[in-house]
Ligand binder design. Structure first.
Ligand code: F6P
Length: 323
């Protein structure tokens, strides 16, 4: 393989730059040319390619966001869009791809490989940590720490004013961000899609704590929780326990930015190297991940369709520690 392309796609995550850097430097190390594809699949369709060398990725390991920019492309979901992307790759002599992203990115890559045979190795880049085939995704650790820092600050004011805060964190359909935020942030309750805790159960629990003279509370709500968003839950709680002074904080996109943590830089670097070496060894349609500290390559289909389960003992921890 003489020339490869690398791109970031879907929601950005801290550590994507560290991964791009590792991909570029590994390619250079092995004598392979590397092109950055701007704005994910959108840029691939338009032929937005930039030649990258070792110096292009200097001073990027510590930066949040992605120097290649990111996008979610509707056009790539059409056959016509994929045909255009393929033509651009062929015209530019790109023989393999490293795709840094999440579910949507790998769904696109799978279709692309099936139709046009371009080998792709994925790197798990998403704050959501919802990909099967890796214990952690690039950006997750940083996002959790960012959310936790916010929760610590909310706790200060919740305590001063004897208030009950409903704090909504990201994670799409998964509670992976919410759970460590709840345990590390000393929350009373955590609501995640995986456990289906009802709003009635939340009300019962808060009422019991209130009756036991607890005066301030943090309830962490995962954005994908089936009971609805934090505002809705807070409204229902307020209606049931009017004496509670409720407030809502949506932490939002702050969770997606910032300098990557040490753990994310390390993971991104390991995976970037593994992605390029995987391509060189003939791998295709797989994601490089770390499971139990070991490098593994998992077929895209499994990363997308197999459910990464939440460790149920973590839910028990929240119950015990909020007693
Ligand atoms: O997948 C990452 C993520 O930040 C999710 O946690 C969130 O649901 C979504 O992306 C937000 O997407 P957007 O930035 O397009 O609003």
């Amino acid at each position: 393989m003489k020339r490869i392309g690398v791109f970031t796609s879907g929601g950005d995550s801290p550590g994507m730059n560290a991964c791009i850097r590792a991909v570029v430097r590994t390619a250079v190390y092995h004598g392979i040319e590397v092109y950055g594809i701007m704005r994910g699949y959108s840029g691939m369709i338009k032929g937005e390619f930039v030649r990258l060398d070792s110096a292009s990725v200097s001073n990027t390991i510590q930066k949040g966001g992605t120097i290649l920019k990111s996008a979610r492309s509707q056009k790539f979901m059409t056959k016509e869009g994929r045909q255009q992307a393929f033509d651009q790759l062929v015209n530019n002599g790109i023989e393999g791809l490293v795709a840094i992203g999440g579910n949507g990115t790998f769904t696109g890559a799978t279709l692309f490989e099936e139709e046009f045979g371009i080998p792709t190795v994925g790197a798990p880049g998403t704050i959501d940590n919802d990909l099967y085939g890796t214990d952690y995704t690039i950006g997750y650790d940083t996002a959790v720490n960012t959310a936790l820092e916010a929760i610590d600050k909310i706790r200060d004011t919740a305590d001063s004013h004897d208030r009950c805060f409903f704090v909504e964190v990201m994670g799409r359909d998964s509670g992976y961000i919410a759970i460590p935020c709840a345990i590390g942030g000393g929350a009373e309750i955590v609501m995640v899609p995986e456990t289906k805790l009802s709003t009635e159960a939340v009300i019962d629990s808060l009422r019991t704590s209130w009756d036991r003279s607890k005066t301030s509370f943090i309830v962490v709500v995962a954005e994908g929780d089936e009971e609805g968003n934090a505002h809705l839950v807070a409204q229902q709680v307020k209606a049931a326990i009017p004496q509670l002074d409720t407030r809502v904080t949506i932490i939002g996109h702050i969770q997606r930015g910032g300098a990557p943590s040490a753990a994310d830089r390390m993971l991104a670097s390991q995976i970037g190297i593994a992605a390029v070496e995987g391509l060189m060894n003939g791998m295709r349609n797989v994601m490089a991940g770390i499971v139990d500290r070991k490098l593994v390559y998992t077929p895209f289909k499994d990363t997308i369709y197999k459910k990464k389960l939440i460790n149920q003992s973590f839910m028990r921890m929240v119950d015990i520690l909020s007693v």
